[in-house]
Design a protein around this ligand. Sequence first.
Ligand code: AHR
Length: 495
Amino acid sequence: MESKLKVSKQLIVSEVDCRLYGSFIEHLGRAVYTGIYQPNHVSSDEDGFRQDVIDLVKELDVPIIRYPGGNFVSGFQWEESVGDRDLRPKRLDLAWRSIETNEVGLQEFYKWTKKVNTEINMAVNLGTRGINAARNLVEYCNFEGDSYWANLRRAHGQAEPYQIKTWCLGNEMDGPWQIGAKTSEEYGRLAAETAKAMKLVDDSIELVVCGSSNSQMPTFGEWELDVLDHTYEYVDYLSLHQYYGNASNDLAEYLACSLDMDQFITGVVAMCDAIKAKKHSNKQLNLSFDEWNIWYHSNEADQAEKPWQVAPKLLEDHYNFEDALVLGCLLITLLKHADRVKIACLAQLVNVIAPIMTDENGNAWQQTIYFPFAQVSKYGRGQVLKPVVESDTYQTKSFDEVPYIETIAVLNEDELVVFAVNRSAEEVMNFVVSYDDISISELIEFSEISGFDIKAVNTSDKILIKPHASTQITLSSDTLQANLAPLSWNMIRCR
Ligand code: AHR
């Protein structure tokens, strides 16, 4: 089987915004407690943070992390998560029916973000709270002058403002599961007025307004149009969330789910632009795909978990080889839309639907999905080149024409980097990349993830599924030809 990718340095989708490689830590399950934070663990540092987790997060190079939720944020009283730890109340977290001790709050999380070289993408509670709590939080975090909330931050030991730049106006406000769920009219008005107040406190911040919880919501489309009608002039990004899974155990269909992500993004971009036209606005609204991943393995186990525990084992998906291939396809799809998707958050980062897992009494380890993410985050920076692709296609239940190849190329100063997934389960793909106007003379690396049982997983003591070097490649000044193994994730770097 053959496929071709043609690229030119004249045809650029966009410069990649590094925030495309963001992630998410929610106060949910073991993400925080026994995930990033576990004072009694052998690897923990002076602040109680696990060094083994810090090391793996740093390797992923995530420039922004959404916090503290998720559904959790709709019950979050931020004032209870700062100041003297001994005075912080234990609360019922209604979203996940767990106990939140508030041992880790905004102050501690900020400290952790500095250890892993990232920034906070802070969500405010628009479920059970509103304008005042949100604008006070911006003042507490970002205000430099002499004011009540800024002084409280100082009294809590943080002299300099946290300077949080990106903020989410609530979370999944259309979802019936959300505490304080709203109609598009109710949410649109509240989001607009909250955005106004937050920007009056600090006009340098950027705001993400909630789109639908996923593209299958009954109000999808109407929600986006109504909410944007209310908020267009006050916000900077519209959010998208989507999770995929292979509950029906149909690999060909599962591998095609990135086509769904592609259509979802294209549709939401069209809605943003429709409101732009309606309002005769000169402003372009971009997208924040601030929750995306694979989530289905843990659904059954979650039903059995008892309520009202601290750090219950929730959403602990164990990812297999086919999940790594799908994650690769989804990453490539995000890159294809780098002109409009400026922020994306792999949901989530540690233990909860996560690339990184921890054993409470053992080590931190990488799931299968860790590796494609790490490679794209590290090398997928620079300019995304418009992909002109030729490929045979196959048909699935949901899609008439699924290309066997999913691919994209990124050009940075000295490297051309090509990412590709061969979706064929049977055939080696003869993959030819041509780049007439880019001068290439040397292969730096060709690595692949291939050859595993599709259901094989990594465990704390065996990281079986990870990239290995391949030699199946030849390079000339204007083309390269690589043999891509059946069902493989591939990264080719050359200069
Ligand atoms: O990421 C897990 C949950 O998925 C988040 O809390 C919520 O926003 C979404 O439904």
